[in-house]
Design a protein. Structure first.
Lengths: 378, 398
């Protein structure tokens, strides 16, 4: 793991102990069994916000601590270990990034303190189909009076059920697939014409489809420039992807460690199964791949903090590698646990379901391999 | 630290620069990496002169003790020498197994007399050493070696066969593991030294799948080994050997082996041999995906090497990431070599002749030669055993 400064170490330790005490996997199980519409435990989220976690990348003047993305990644890695469901990624990282990167002073003053305090959950409403494709925007924003009227729909919006602020990509010119002609809008969750439908996905998080039926917004709802929103969207998405990678890293490491513990206690043929070389070498391969993935994830977060030009390629590197490794580790977790791993009473299934949902979010491995190559000209 | 104050690195840099300027023959500029790759050939007078100059100065092994001819310098001074050599296209002519593996081990475990005898010729680059470790029946399970050393009072008589003795056909001395007690495994091994020209030593080079190689078989028939040439205690050679293997592994970074592609990247080669569509993407989509995955693995490997370095420095101890480097690096290089010959098509299968470019012929030999990287220096499987047991704490089978 990266070399941390003092404040980062403290943040990581605080996150570690809170997650262990307040948010073990049993808390996630309880949330799932409760069927809560939000897809997370509101009390736990309040505690996270009170500790300042929702404001880690937000400047101090807007109520945050401005500790940066590696710091946010450390928290997400810890919450990822126990599959803690919360809007930290969607709101405190993704929506906050869009505002910090592209917001006017007025927009930042209005929304960032509320996001930092956890009073408002922000969410990105970007994709319109089952596959991540941020340029395929059909949702229309037409001039209407001094403002705009939004019509269309967004799918698989993370924390879409909780969102009090939606950051919506809309088409102001051109056609779906064009990167020109996309504009980002800030839309209040309770605006007239916004309706949402809970999506029940395998990972039990709070995803939603959201319909915009002639939603009227003012000109001051435009985030960044009209028609030129794609660059801002990409920068925002890269931050969200890197944060998601940190969460995936935590989940994958935990899945691996739980599996390793099991290999040391499960006895068959008169010995612990961890003494079998066939399993030892698969464990060694997972460890090797996890170390490689960690390097990629930390490099992406550090590049965002340093604002270097290689952020897009490092983020795609991280998402492609982390997706492959979480995929492998989650499958091996079930396989190496044998029958018990197939039961709902065991946590292995949670990790495997979460792996696939996280892989698909903001672009799967195929998407990011292709993007990595395109950035480098092949 | 004979002549220089610890903080006076700038003055040392000037001295190193002046000395290299005065002693490095200009005709050898930029020849260092070429000489590493090429088949062994007779040294030119300039090469001899440069080796002698560096040997006398002790700067080929700058951190070794001055009393045995080494530089007696700190690692910081050693880095400066390396930088100043690189600055003018010079190379370090003092190398080989004596420097990489045997010398550091002897400095730790040898008697004073052994050090006085063996270290100075290594420092001066006068003697080549070879490694008599592996045997036909003792590869990954090295400690099962059978070469016998019989105690004859004032000497031993050694009989057996060694294999993969790299450079044995050119070496003047051998460091060798022999069995001095047949009733124990690890505790019956001794670490001995003998000259390669004594009666009973027979060396046969082994042609490998990539063609000629430095590897040999070495047959030992009634070879006399003097008792003062045992390093460490009799039957205590395994400890000495383990330390030597650590030196060997730290020299075999996975990134070093199997390369030899010169300047062109895998992507550039793929574009030239397979072509790209109008948007610039490689036109074979299956190959493109595999090229991307290899590029991603290589980048993740390099990032891990950097992370391991930063972490080791900050925590003043090896990072856990270090244990994965050999397997991750060799896996990446082997995949890369396979992709290279695949994208060259039949041009990537040329063995010799002017129908093929030097790059194509090199790619074939690198592909084949690189297969050794997951076998030597602790095979891929042995590395996985080490990770399983030492890092992950998994138990031995019953």
């Amino acid at each position: 793991m990266a070399v941390l400064n003092e404040e980062q170490s403290m943040l990581r330790d605080a996150a570690k102990s809170w997650v262990q005490e307040k948010s073990p996997v049993t808390a996630f199980r309880k949330m799932r069994d409760s069927g809560v519409e939000l897809g997370y435990d509101a009390d736990a989220w309040n505690e996270m916000a009170e500790m300042g976690w929702a404001g880690v990348i937000i400047p101090e003047e807007y109520g945050g601590s401005d500790f940066g993305y590696l710091s946010m990644g450390l928290i997400l890695e810890e919450t990822g270990r126990t599959l803690t469901a919360s809007p930290l990624l969607a709101s405190g990282l993704a929506a906050a990034s869009a505002l910090v990167l592209g917001g006017s002073d007025a927009q930042k003053s209005e929304w960032l303190p509320k996001i930092a305090g956890g009073e408002v959950v922000g969410a990105l409403a970007i994709d319109e189909g089952a596959h991540h494709a941020p340029e395929k925007v059909a949702l229309k924003a037409e001039k209407s009076g001094s403002g705009y009227k939004l019509s269309g729909s967004k799918s698989f919006v993370l924390e879409g059920m909780a969102a009090g602020l939606l950051i919506v990509s809309a088409r102001t010119s051109g056609k779906p697939g064009d990167t020109d002609g996309i504009t980002l809008f800030l839309v209040a969750g309770d605006a007239k014409g916004v309706s949402r439908k809970r999506l029940h996905l395998a990972d039990s998080r709070g995803a939603a489809n959201i319909t915009f039926d002639g939603v009227e917004v003012g000109a001051d709802a435009v985030l960044g420039e009209v028609d030129k929103g794609y660059a801002l969207l990409e920068k925002t998405l890269d931050r969200a992807r890197a944060g998601l990678c940190a969460e995936m890293l935590g989940s994958a490491v935990q899945a691996f460690e739980v599996t390793l513990d099991y290999l040391k206690v499960r006895v068959q043929f008169g010995q612990v199964i961890g003494s079998f070389q066939a399993l030892q070498h698969r464990a060694a391969k997972m460890f090797t791949d996890l170390e490689l993935a960690r390097s990629a994830v930390e490099a992406a977060l550090q590049a965002i903090d340093a604002d270097t030009p290689d952020v897009p390629e490092l983020v795609s590197l991280a998402k492609a590698k982390m997706g492959d490794v979480f995929h492998l580790v989650s499958n091996e977790m079930v396989q190496m646990h044998g029958g018990i791993g197939m039961t709902d009473a065991h946590d292995a299934g949670f990790y495997m379901k979460r792996a696939r949902a996280a892989e698909a979010a903001f672009g799967n491995q195929a998407y990011h391999r292709d993007r990595y190559a395109r950035i480098q000209g092949y | 630290m004979a002549d220089f104050g610890g903080s006076d690195l700038d003055a040392f840099r000037t001295e190193a620069r002046d000395w290299i300027e005065a002693n490095f023959p200009k005709s050898l500029k930029g020849k260092g990496s070429m000489m590493m790759r090429e088949e062994r050939s007779e040294p030119t007078p300039d090469m001899d002169a440069w080796r002698k100059a560096m040997g006398e100065k002790g700067w080929g092994v700058p951190t070794w003790p001055a009393q045995y001819g080494g530089g007696g310098l700190t690692p910081a001074h050693a880095r400066i020498i390396q930088q100043e050599l690189g600055r003018v296209g010079a190379y370090n002519p003092i190398g080989g197994m004596g420097v990489m593996m045997f010398g550091p081990t002897l400095l730790e475990f040898g008697t004073e007399a052994q050090k006085q005898q063996h270290i100075p010729p290594i420092v001066k680059g006068e003697l080549q050493w070879c490694q008599g470790f592996s045997e036909p029946g003792a590869g990954s399970d090295l400690a099962s070696l059978q070469t016998r050393a019989e105690d004859k009072g004032d000497h031993y008589i050694v009989n057996g066969q060694k294999i993969w003795t790299s450079g044995a056909q050119w070496a003047q001395w051998c460091f060798c593991l022999v069995r001095t007690d047949t009733t124990k495994k690890h505790e019956g091994i001794s670490f001995v030294l003998f000259p390669m020209d004594v009666p009973g030593v027979e060396v046969r080079p082994i042609p490998l799948i990539a063609g000629n190689s430095p590897f040999c078989e070495t047959f030992l028939t009634d070879v006399r080994v003097e008792k003062d040439q045992v390093v460490g205690p009799v039957n205590g050679g395994w400890t000495v050997a383990k330390r030597l293997l650590q030196h060997e592994r730290s020299g075999l970074s996975g990134a070093g082996g199997g390369g030899g592609l010169g300047g062109r990247s895998l992507v550039k080669l793929a574009k030239d041999y397979v072509g790209a569509d109008e948007s610039g993407r490689l036109s074979d989509s299956d190959l493109r995906t595999r090229v991307i995955m290899n590029e991603i693995d290589g980048r993740a490997f390099q990032l891990t090497a950097m992370r391991a370095m930063v972490e080791s420095k900050a925590n003043s101890g090896p990072s856990a990431a270090t244990s994965i480097m050999k397997n991750a690096g060799t896996r990446w290089m082997q995949d890369r070599a396979e992709l290279t010959i695949e994208l060259m098509g039949h041009q990537g299968l040329g063995w010799e002749g002017d129908d093929f470019t030097a790059e194509e012929l090199g790619a074939v030999r690198s592909w084949l030669g690189g297969k050794a990287t997951t076998i030597y220096g602790g095979s891929q499987e042995v590395q996985n055993n080490i990770i399983s047991k030492r890092i992950l704490g998994l138990p031995d089978p019953k």
